[in-house]
Design a protein around this ligand. Sequence first.
Ligand code: SF4
Ligand code: SF4
Length: 423
Amino acid sequence: MKKTDLSLCHLEKIQTPFGLREVYDSILFCNRCGSCLQACPIYKLSPLEINSPRGRNQAARLVLERKLNVQELALQHSFHACTLCGRCTQVCAAKIPTAQHVLEMHRILQKHRLPKSLHFFLTLQGTRPHLFKKITRFASALYPLWNVISWLPGFKWISLVKKRLPKKAVPLQTVLLKNNISWTSIKPKFIYMPSLEAEFLQPQIAVSSLKLLNRLGKTDCWFNTACGLFEYVYGDLRQSKRLVRNLIRKHRKIKQGTCPLVTDSLDVYHFLKQVPQLFTRHKQLYKQASLFADQVYFITEFFPKKIPNVISFPTPVQLNYGALFSRESHPISQSTSLFKTLFKQNFVECGYTSFDTPAYGYAFTAGNQHEQILLELVKQIAQQQIKTVFTFSGLCALELNVALCRFYPAAKAHHIVSIADKV
Ligand code: SF4
Ligand code: SF4
């Protein structure tokens, strides 16, 4: 009898700090020490072994050994509840990428975790970007009717979206022109790829980012561009690979792929830094993806070197580390030291057991614990009397502001790029 069934795996190899590893091998490196337990938000909320990173890794191993059926309800709940935050990897000495293992289990389950209509709508950005843009504009015009639409079968999620989103979304190009922010596709020094929220919900993020980059050189703006992250997390891996390949191809056309590609979402940054692992079977593509990943930057890496002492945000301030896959990337460590310098004793650093805002659509997934996590987070913010929280993605700021507004209106969340407006 075959000991493991690797044909179940969708990713052949996973990129770890210790090199590429097969999914099963990567799971086997978990020595069950339990150091990660207290870092996992879901385990802290429901302290059962199956809800811990250790439990998830052991369950994934047994699934690949065909000793457990991934369709078991308890297993499905455990994998669906994972926020994919990567906090377990941060504290793990073996740097086990549990979030990647959980994603493999989602792919084996082959179930949509998002409501079907929302899933279909978000897929359109990759398959029919023009239609996606038109529907977004149309939906924005229908804002007063959203409560009615949410009564239609399969559209309940609209009421959740309504709670989080600004009432009016002005097209990004209009906002840029109004603010005299230029972009050019002729010999740019940088490429800026606005996140979904910067393009359709919070154009101020894109304004600040483009202003920052334009100070350093001519910048092109890639509007309405799908990077494959949504498909990687919620859709199918093949489509994700296709979109990443298109992105790499488009990037290589500009200065032979040497132009820095800048994003304002840490989720997108973490994903794009990992894209070589999508192509481990193709030597040439793997090489191209590695060169591409080297050119991916997060917007904070372009903050000015000299920063004035006084910053006009209410203090104390905190950095919310909520992002997909990791809590240890360069932008996080660099921003933490920047905040320590800027705000000194008024900067309250998050510990490894602190809660973060779950990233990228977790609130809409089946079996999520979003409300409880946000409540714990707001409780911590209130206990420390934080007045300003900075996030690494616009969606995190939107989500956090909804909870803060309700339970602790003394604090407000902003995307980290808003610091650049003040320096
Ligand atoms: S994931 Fe890491 S920290 Fe957690 S039990 Fe396994 S080896 Fe220990
Ligand atoms: S990725 Fe986050 S939620 Fe998932 S097991 Fe690790 S710490 Fe827990």
